[in-house]
Unconditional design. Sequence first.
Lengths: 481, 481
Amino acid sequence: MSEGKKLGLTVKKAENLDEWYTQVILKSELADYSPVSGCLVYRPTAYGIWERIQSATDAEFKRIGIQNVYFPIFIPERLLRKEAEHVKGFSPEVAWVTQTGDSKLEERLAVRPTSETIMYDVISKWIRSWRDLPLRLNQWNNVVRWEFKHPTPFLRSREFLWNEGHTAFATKEEAMKERDQILGIYKKITEEYLAIPGLVGRKTSKEKFAGALESYSIEHLLPDGKAIQGPDFHFDGQNFAEVFGISFIDKNGQSQFAWQNTWAISTREIGVMTAVHSDDRGLVIPPRLAPVQVVIVPIFEDSSRDEVLEVARGIRDDLKATVSVNLDDRDYLTAGRKYNEWELKGIPLRIEVGPRDVRDKKVVLARRDLLSKRSVKVDGVREEVSKELENIQKNLFEKATNFLQANTRRVDSYDQFKEIVSKMGGILQSPWCSTDDCENGVKDETGAKIINVPLEQRLQGAVCIRCGKPAKVLANFAKSY
Amino acid sequence: MSEGKKLGLTVKKAENLDEWYTQVILKSELADYSPVSGCLVYRPTAYGIWERIQSATDAEFKRIGIQNVYFPIFIPERLLRKEAEHVKGFSPEVAWVTQTGDSKLEERLAVRPTSETIMYDVISKWIRSWRDLPLRLNQWNNVVRWEFKHPTPFLRSREFLWNEGHTAFATKEEAMKERDQILGIYKKITEEYLAIPGLVGRKTSKEKFAGALESYSIEHLLPDGKAIQGPDFHFDGQNFAEVFGISFIDKNGQSQFAWQNTWAISTREIGVMTAVHSDDRGLVIPPRLAPVQVVIVPIFEDSSRDEVLEVARGIRDDLKATVSVNLDDRDYLTAGRKYNEWELKGIPLRIEVGPRDVRDKKVVLARRDLLSKRSVKVDGVREEVSKELENIQKNLFEKATNFLQANTRRVDSYDQFKEIVSKMGGILQSPWCSTDDCENGVKDETGAKIINVPLEQRLQGAVCIRCGKPAKVLANFAKSY
């Protein structure tokens, strides 16, 4: 970034969340707009965050026996059309390749919005016997969904990056066991890496994935009180297996259809992370995802320049085995200007090395999350830095968890429900009779929809928030992004 | 793989290379055909190999300061058309998106065949001052080139995976220094990981990348004596910078255009690796790229089954900290059937644990490359395995290097040249006058083209292989894939 370029945000998070969010992304150089409407450029910070999400998640997948593969980006139209609900759900958003070079294609090719249909066509040839199961595949790739709603960087992009897990089992029980494994992994990644809590639950029939029997999600809460769907898991039952002929001979010599799941986490999480943690100074990145975790800023004065720089370099060399560290020794910028730049860019921890610090064999640690400073001895700086990074990670998660808890309310009165939705937003946990009628009614009358239904239910004697008949479940309602 | 399915190759490498190559890929379960003509399905073995190539290469890139990014897969037609030579080179192979959902797009979008044009449009906004340089970006992604020639798995695929590095410098000198860094990295990866040697050199003007000033390549030799281009590096000079307005204010306050490079290694290397190392038993994977490096096969007899399995498990547990190991304890297959399967699948080292071995506290190591066996003590098995994997890696590279050397010939007579090209193939190093006329003439008359020109030249007094006039350089000629 050149000297003189306007630094810093010009709006406050509390005053104009949308404009603030856009400024954080662009000014921190996290990402940029592209010449293709609705598609984003991931600059090194955003892509570095994604690499860390991907690597942590992939290690978990490998630990439970998932194998990575890569299938073509194009899906012949006839395959996409094979499963009726699936094509209905996706075809309005498909980008179609119709020409190659100067030739018109005989059959249109969909740019994958998701890969069920092409994968299942192929794996139906691989699966013959119970010995070929389970088949647990995953791919990390790009997908395209040409949504016509207003695109928002990361949160609603026409192209995004994700994992798509596709697995096949001999029995329903094994498939359902995977649900808990995968939701557990996604919960761990969102909480321990992204430092974002979420509400795990089952989607209603109306909201489930096109072609699945059951869908599960982790739902996050954004600062404006709206929910947004995070990672998800879909139990397909034998639905796709029947359509694509994924059958096997079981141990008794009988032909059976396989039981299938699909699951995903996407670059949308980078947007949620940005919106939840960042502040009026700019981006805040949780230490475990930060491409640069620590920046060292030497404070140059003519008389002590060399001495200060030597100490700063020594600290960098000491730290670089354990953390990702950057020494900002640019001599054409003031230290204050550098502080602003690195705060804007969300570097979790700054080490200031000034002439007086050097004399006292101390340096200053400045935390990005709290904007607090404290002095530590140069001698123990490596331990202090590691501890402080852990504290920052923990603090960000606690803060986000407190926000979610403070904005999750058990509500049994429909009047109160309406008032909370319109005035405060957040999550409303309310009893529901499980009918489409009340699900649609609540949405039409209040703007809040059922984002998901918690898996563990301890509902006794409550009545539906809308119709007053006996409730079947306590559901999570919210205005949703 | 189910019992009963036909195992093993039915043709020999020396007899029908094309059919052998296809069988190796399909029967080893390296990859599979897809419903999209010319696009491949990367099964876990192929994708696992690619993950290892990618991870080793990416670590080298990061070491020299390259930053990863991600740009959209779509390029608006007007951008692709901006650089005349570039669009001429790529537009015959572009897959065009013309519709999204039910709507026709106002402007066609190219599925990226390479990303110069979209990246340079965006980075022209990021570069203002010498302080913004160098800008050294890279992306790992998928690209589509809808070639109409006969597709061959990995070697010529309509969609492939690669890295595309795109860098901008303030001076030509810095840009050219990067050439040596990047070619050095690619040489290291191909030699030390893929175990494939190559000839480094500059492409002729006729063969250079569309839009570049100079192109460099590493050329491999396939078993049939044909060359194939491996990783490449392109020096763009200020060509794209002028077209896309990538200029900066230098230290003297003058506006200058940036100097740019682009460079790539692709999944084609998996095909070269497969063709070079594999044999009549099936796939051979170099140990450093093998997703499974060691397979342990216990030899079950009723009386000693538990004892043998216990020793096999002990060895697995001992090995798993240092190598990727798989214990094949399936009890519905014979040991011999398992040997065949793992040889077909290219696992570098097999450990056989039989009843007599267990009594003698020994096991048998069977090398995939040499198909040789030797007995080692259970006690020192970890060290023996590590050593043997290194030996296999080294042996594969030596064998491939010997093949390349034996098939690289200095030829000064055009008659001899023609005879060698038609009868033996391989690389012919011959003097060339550097005219298009002789380059085209040799190709038309013999079928061999100039694959590249070695960077270091010590040519004295030789005359052009075709016209007899004084030669400017010694060039590498070959029939090329």
